[in-house]
Design a protein around this ligand. Structure first.
Ligand SMILES: [Zn+2]
Length: 183
């Protein structure tokens, strides 16, 4: 799926971003590492997280016990509070929209169904994709994003971030000690 992003202030410059679709197709993953796609378009900030479930749950199979189900629910609750995962400048006046979560495990855990192993491209591994979005009334004041995923999910050690912001494209390797994206 191709998405077009208009870069603010340069109405004639368009970038085609194919990375989100490609990221969904990735093979065996590296525990502790994830990907974060960040895009600012008009008044909307969109952040797509792709991560091994190991980073978020500590396991990569559908919940089999009551305690594992609690862990899945706790993860989902955290993902549904984007304002706790991404600290944005107050001046930008951003309001979180509902999170979209895609994962074979959360779906199977919710219904009690067995996860289809064929959906698990990495063998015993499983990923989660979550899309967070914020509407910002003063998006021109959005000059940084502190990524607090490292605090919420401490098994996350590295996030490879691709950013399409007001000043064009950039990439950054985020870690617990280098967690701020600046535009
Ligand atoms: Zn794994």
């Amino acid at each position: 799926m191709k998405q077009m992003y208009r870069i603010a202030g340069h109405a004639t410059l368009y970038f085609c971003l194919t990375a989100p679709a490609a990221a969904l197709e990735h093979g065996p993953h590296v525990h502790g590492t994830g990907e974060l796609q960040v895009a600012v378009d008009s008044n909307t900030l969109t952040l797509e997280l792709h991560a091994p479930l190991e980073n978020l749950l500590g396991f990569e199979h559908a919940a089999r016990t009551a305690s594992e189900l609690e862990v899945v629910k706790a993860m989902t609750a955290k993902l549904e509070r984007p304002e706790m995962l991404f600290k944005l400048p107050k001046a930008a006046s951003c309001t979180a929209r509902p999170t979209r979560i895609e994962s074979p495990i959360t779906a199977a855990s919710a219904t009690g169904a067995r996860m289809d192993p064929k959906k698990n491209a990495g063998g015993d591994h499983a990923d989660l994709s979550a899309t967070f979005s914020f509407i910002c009334t003063r998006i021109d004041k959005l000059d940084s994003i502190e990524v607090a995923i490292f605090t919420a999910f401490p098994a996350t050690r590295t996030l490879n971030a691709a950013v399409i912001g007001p000043r064009g494209q950039s990439a950054a390797t985020l870690t617990p000690n280098r967690r701020v994206i600046r535009f």
